[in-house]
Design a protein around this ligand. Structure first.
Ligand code: F0G
Length: 370
């Protein structure tokens, strides 16, 4: 007989003492979380022996992105509050996750997506889980403004990251990283779109420190796409553009909180070009064996950009003082937010299509150079 207690049962069950749930909260879970922290051998070598790079592979969540951590909380709390419908605006992953968790809860899900700008895998998820999918003639920011307006006036729960339960669930990824390393990382690198995730991670680290689970806090290093970099530029972008459609956002809802995470951690928020994102996307797949969607590769593009700039080289003012102590190897954790299979079109467009040859041994061997 299975002992339910020995089975992993998702982030609410694992971290409930840090989450706003009670015995009365109906837990809607797909056993999200518990994602691997993979040592990045190639990238660690690139950075030199003082650094060890890890990949937090959030693409291995049940719907293929980190959104599931927040969605198990948002949907569970919506059910506790007897809500019968949820709504979100999305560049794709939030809608995929909301649709899956809402179907599990037996409630209605409505999603607003920017027409023509979401990856096919994500659209297929929202549709197959039975969400009402409405493509709007506008970008993510326009869709979010509309979702906010509608959910204010109608009995529909907003499950974008403005919903505080989303942040609560997402912060559990930082707990997992600290549990795995048995300390906080020195640096955390991640993509920034609507800025909910950077807000969530920073909240998680601070709470873990307060609970004496860790003694230090990481520097938060966030990366936006060059054509959609409002926080870096300091003003909203009316027409954001990037191939990383997940982070094609011009006016992030958690803008202020992202700046707070950056400043309190003495980190930075910078931008990377689409070319840098695509190069990192291909490098990660070719050298580390990890397939992510383009937005997730912004983490690696950012890491490489900082390494090239010498950010990690010299002992400098942004480092903790290690006087009198031998400097230990520093840990850098890169968050890989979504799975590559979300957007296979992009992979095929980025690499040469396979060559067609005649079906005989001689031709195959000739191609292989034998
Ligand atoms: N990476 C992926 C794969 C995402 O889908 C998103 C956001 C981010 C990074 C950025 O996270 O918004 O918390 O700063 N996707 C949202 C969506 C906007 O609708 O799926 P953020």
């Amino acid at each position: 007989m299975n002992n339910q207690k020995t089975l992993y049962q998702g982030i609410i069950n694992k971290y409930k003492r840090y989450l706003p749930v009670t015995g009365k909260t109906p837990i809607i879970s797909l056993n999200e979380g518990n994602t691997p922290l993979i040592p990045a051998t190639y990238l660690s070598k690139l950075l030199g022996k003082e650094y060890r790079v890890y990949l937090k592979y959030e693409g291995l969540n049940p719907t293929g992105s980190f959104k599931d951590r927040g969605m198990t909380m948002a949907i569970s709390k919506a059910c506790e509050e007897k809500s019968k419908a949820v709504m979100c605006a999305s560049t794709g992953n939030t809608s995929a996750s909301a649709a899956a968790y809402a179907s599990r809860a037996g409630i209605k899900c409505i999603v607003l997506i920017p027409k023509g700008n979401i990856a096919l895998g994500k659209l297929s998820q929202a549709l197959i889980h039975g969400a009402t999918v409405l493509a709007v003639n506008g970008n993510f920011d326009d869709a979010l403004a509309l979702a906010k307006e509608i959910t204010k006036d109608y009995p529909i729960t907003l499950v974008n990251s403005l919903n505080p339960y989303r942040i609560e669930g997402q912060k559990t990824a930082s707990f997992e990283i600290c549990d795995a390393l048995q300390m906080a990382p020195d640096y955390q690198v991640m993509p920034v779109g609507n800025a909910g995730n950077i807000t969530a991670y920073w909240k998680g680290y601070k709470e873990y420190k307060k609970a004496f689970k860790i003694r230090t806090l990481p520097k938060m290093l966030g990366f936006q796409a060059e054509g959609a970099a409002p926080i870096v530029r300091g003003y909203p972008i009316k027409k954001p553009e990037t191939i990383a459609t997940a982070i094609r956002i011009g006016n992030p809802a958690s803008w202020k909180q992202a700046e707070k995470a950056r400043d309190e951690s003495k980190g930075l928020i910078d931008m990377v070009s689409d070319k840098e994102i695509l190069d990192a996307y291909k490098l990660l797949a070719a050298k580390e064996g990890v397939y992510v969607e383009p937005a997730s590769a912004a983490s690696i593009a950012g890491l490489l950009k900082l390494a090239k700039r010498g950010y990690f080289d010299k002992p400098k003012s942004h480092e903790p003082c290690l006087s009198g102590r031998q400097a230990r190897t520093k840990n850098i954790v890169c968050i890989l937010t979504g799975h590559g299979l979300k957007d296979p079109d992009r992979a095929i467009k980025s690499i040469k299509e396979p060559k067609t040859i005649k079906i005989n041994k001689k031709d195959v061997l000739k191609e292989l150079g034998y």
